[in-house]
Write a protein that binds this ligand. Structure first.
Ligand SMILES: *Cc1c(COP(=O)(O)O)cnc(C)c1O
Length: 222
């Protein structure tokens, strides 16, 4: 059995029913994604629009592609025709630009609102207060080609479990606080990566985004 197949099986075993596994394949070639696909994995996450587009074109069409990285408005066009979910919606401007592209292709695109909870200032996402203010004007009433499915977030990058847990709890509380503003479809709390997904699941995650524990370390120079 290939390493990817055994890694996937080991991770799936730890995930309770109801938690979706997004295999984060950014930087890894299509052949490795194919191995995971052949082992039954159908949901993959990528962070660069052009790379995502190229992989979409070469790989089976029943893959669900999730955009998880920071997205510039001028690059939405590469993924709008096929992307299943954009997890990294972090501004009003981006939401409006996705609406334009989704409408152009006659699609409804699922999105997550990315919240900034980590200690690192460099990370992207809304502050909860900013997001609440934005939502108070009911912006999604005017964005019919977007379906808001929930919240995504990244915990502080630290070995201190207390801090990571606090970030996940903040995300879960925010998710619960926002849920009444949306309908039934608001059911996704995307949190947890290779090093912290077990804790994320313990804190209520419904979707984990796992890359290096499946595919190995990334080499960004390639
Ligand atoms: C790269 C990335 C991941 C996966 O990280 P690993 O540590 O490799 O599991 C998850 N979420 C986001 C937003 C990412 O950019």
């Amino acid at each position: 059995m290939s390493e990817i197949v055994s890694h996937l099986a080991a991770i799936r075993e730890t995930l309770p029913a109801g938690v979706t596994l997004v295999a984060v394949s950014k930087t890894h070639p299509a052949e490795l994604i194919r191995e995971a696909y052949d082992a039954g994995q159908r949901i993959f996450g990528e962070s660069r629009p052009q790379e995502l587009r190229e992989k979409y074109e070469t790989l089976p069409k029943d893959i669900e592609w999730h955009m998880i990285g920071h997205l510039q408005t001028n690059k939405i066009k590469y993924i709008a025709p096929f992307v299943t979910m954009i997890q990294s919606v972090d501004s009003a401007r981006l939401a409006e630009a996705i609406q334009t592209q989704a409408a152009k292709y006659g699609r409804v695109i699922d999105i997550l609102l990315e919240l900034h909870v980590a200690a690192e200032e460099t990370k992207t996402g809304w502050d909860l207060d900013e997001l609440r203010e934005y939502l108070s004007a009911h912006p999604f009433d005017r964005l019919p080609n977007l379906r808001v499915r929930g919240v995504m977030g990244i915990a502080t990058n630290t070995d201190d479990e207390t801090v990571v847990r606090r970030d996940f709890e903040t995300l879960r509380r925010s998710f619960e606080a926002l849920r009444p503003l949306f309908g039934e479809a608001f059911d996704t709390l995307s949190m947890g990566m290779s090093h912290d997904y077990r804790l994320a699941v313990a804190c209520g995650s419904t979707m984990v985004r796992v890359g290096s524990s499946i595919f190995g370390e990334r080499d960004y120079s390639k």
